[in-house]
Design a protein around this ligand. Structure first.
Ligand code: 2RA
Length: 355
């Protein structure tokens, strides 16, 4: 019989996306592998009815017994909830695919991007597989393909991250800020004008006003002035690509975009690169769509790509001063490939390789 899949955190922002993506994929015949679905959430949300695979299911409260009969569980909950409950599910024989940051850097937990390192999915001594951070994920299908051909040695990236990276609170906050500033054409032309119009509340979610602004900080502060997002790009990127000594520097920036993380990337390789050849490699790479025709103003942008699956790459060019380096612009939906979609793809891979 077909395996049972559970979604833990089914009522949250990513959990809701997850149910939609599982259903879409089953209907489209991609990843149509699942039998029953179990929806799990906090006791507060238990009893709610949600639709998945075209059926209404009742949400059950998180408990050890909630995992009885489950084969694969997708966890979309905060770090501390995953840290406590993923091992509980794994002990009961469930394959856990965890979206939180709790296990990503654990050497006994594979960090899987199916287009890049699918073979690591079966090496899971803890019964847990981790899914990466959305900013890292946006680049991986493209960088993985280029690395296979040229050998990646150095990576510089500047991110342009959407408000929805901070969940529903981020989405609501950006809409609210736009509403406050939209009617006043004097704002944004004087120092502190936007900040004053938004008041203290305008800095609550992102640490600074986001409307009519860019904020050179995403994530939380870590040692030596780096942010958690910047360290995730380095640490997770190294692990996924299997390059433990990859040199990485990045600056993560929040921009007033709703959905879709963008990255300006400068990547240096062990062998000389060629822009046309790189474009062909990327065109053939699974999960990647090339949008790169400067003469027709074609390049990837979040406003055009939000709500879709691929990693988009454009502005592909060889560095003028370094034949070993490529510059490019990458855009990925942070809620789909950056979160729910990658978990769903890992789950399908687990079934394909045999539970
Ligand atoms: C962000 N990457 O964009 C984070 C979400 N985990 O805020």
């Amino acid at each position: 019989s077909r395996p049972t899949i559970a979604v833990v955190g089914a009522t949250g922002a990513v959990g809701t996306q997850m149910l939609a993506i599982l259903t879409e994929r089953a209907e489209a015949g991609v990843g149509d592998v699942w039998g029953a679905a179990r929806l799990i959430a906090s006791p507060r949300s238990a009893g709610r009815r949600l639709s998945v695979f075209g059926r209404e299911e009742t949400v059950v409260a998180l408990s050890p017994e909630a995992f009885d009969g489950v084969d694969v569980a997708l966890f979309d909950v905060p770090d501390e909830v995953s840290a406590e409950w993923a091992p509980v599910a794994a002990e009961r024989g469930v394959v856990v695919i965890d979206k939180s940051g709790a296990f990503r850097m654990d050497p006994r937990v594979p960090l899987v991007v199916p287009e890049v390192n699918p073979d690591t999915v079966t090496d899971r001594p803890k019964g847990i597989i981790a899914n990466a951070n959305c900013t890292t994920l946006a680049m991986m299908p493209a960088l993985g393909a280029l690395h296979r051909e040229y050998g990646l040695v150095k990576l510089f990236a500047a991110s342009y991250q959407a408000a929805s990276g901070a969940g529903q609170a981020g989405i609501d906050d950006l809409y609210d800020q736009y509403e406050t500033v939209a009617g006043d054409r004097t704002l944004g032309q004087t120092p502190g004008g936007v900040r004053k119009a938004l008041g203290e509340k305008g800095s609550e979610v992102f640490g600074a006003p986001l409307a009519m602004n860019v904020v050179p900080k995403a994530g939380s502060w870590k040692e030596d002035g780096w942010t958690s997002e910047e360290l995730k790009i380095r640490n997770e990127g190294r692990k996924i690509l299997g390059i433990p000594d990859l040199a990485v520097s990045s600056t993560c920036v929040r921009v007033p975009v709703l959905v879709g993380h963008s990255l300006a990337v400068h990547a240096t390789f062990a062998s000389e690169v060629d822009a046309d050849a790189a474009r062909k490699i990327l065109e053939a790479a699974p999960g990647v769509t090339v949008l790169d025709d400067p003469s027709r103003e074609i390049y990837p942008m979040p406003a055009d790509t939000a709500g879709t699956d691929p990693t988009y790459v454009g502005r592909i060019r060889r560095a003028i001063d370094d034949p070993y380096s490529l510059d490019m612009f990458i855009v990925g939906d942070n809620l789909r490939k950056g979160a729910a979609l990658n978990s769903a793809q890992i789950a399908e891979l687990v079934v394909e390789r045999g539970l």
